[in-house]
Design a protein around this ligand. Sequence first.
Ligand SMILES: NC(=O)c1ccc[n+]([C@@H]2O[C@H](COP(=O)([O-])OP(=O)(O)OC[C@H]3O[C@@H](n4cnc5c(N)ncnc54)[C@H](OP(=O)(O)O)[C@@H]3O)[C@@H](O)[C@H]2O)c1
Length: 311
Amino acid sequence: MYTISLTPDMQASALVLGCMRLTRLTGSELDQHLKTALELGINFFDHADIYGGNGTCERHFGEWLRANPSLRSRMLIQSKCGIVQNEARQNVAFDFSFGHIIKSVENSLQNLGIEQLDALLLHRPDVLFEPEEVAAAFDELYASGKVRAFGVSNMHSRQIELLQSATSHKLIANQLQFGPGHTGMIDHALRMNTTLPFAGDFDSATLDYCRLHGMTIQAWSPFQSRLIAGTYMDSLDFPELNAALEAVGRKYGITKNGAVAAWIARHPAKMQMIAGTMNTQRLREIAAGMDIPLSREDWYRIYSSEGRDLP
Ligand SMILES: NC(=O)c1ccc[n+]([C@@H]2O[C@H](COP(=O)([O-])OP(=O)(O)OC[C@H]3O[C@@H](n4cnc5c(N)ncnc54)[C@H](OP(=O)(O)O)[C@@H]3O)[C@@H](O)[C@H]2O)c1
């Protein structure tokens, strides 16, 4: 599997295991899943302070780490902060204040039972944020050795520019939803200066911005679409997408899960794909697709299924 230099001394696997659904697994199932991930070449694990509610997923992972301390050095661990939830786990605010960022990282380190996060992302924009305040939090976390590198999530190019203008820490990643069921980042680029459906640029050309500035895009929920609850895989709402994944997958000797991975990996932005599956066999199939070089025709066939006709 290809790797990505997130920083000069941080070589991350292109496939990331997303830890948002970790509480579905018992301790022994988690042990098998995480060891399989490492075996497949996955060395990057994505958390957030809110996953599972109030650090529950981080704590579950932390218990496994405490039982497997020698494996920490083979792992890069990222967490995210900035979303405030109530007890029903609804988002009630976004908070990029100095105090909230510092406290969140301290809690994450305690939950995970580690000394340092390899990366910290700001989870979702706080429109009340003061760039200088975030910069001061980054400085403090870096100086104290609690965080190695910083990035963002769900931020468009102008928001990133504003934050980057205030901090000397190069923002290394932007975590954004992307996959064959969620293609907003590229739709407008294909239909530039037309009035066709999907021509609107809703994200200020963030994909191009990230490429120009050497930020790695981390594609979240690659098997989900905003149009339905749950995955588009095998969904009757997405017959053409499923047929295209099946046909392309068959041609390259991979499953539909692998074809999704190959489709994301084929984009020259060299994204990381964050798979959230807790099914070990599915994780193997996804990993098998990461190094399969799809032809342009096959890539566009998957893209243009489900009504995204090419201009
Ligand atoms: N930055 C953000 O705002 C943000 C938001 C959401 C998520 N994330 C990150 O992205 C990661 C991935 O998100 P996600 O878990 O929503 O992503 P996902 O990988 O798109 O979806 C995983 C879910 O889809 C199911 N699934 C996948 N393939 C399937 C198939 N072929 N057939 C049936 N079910 C299938 C999985 O079930 P099984 O477990 O049974 O396979 C699991 O419930 C998260 O863990 C988190 O780290 C970030």
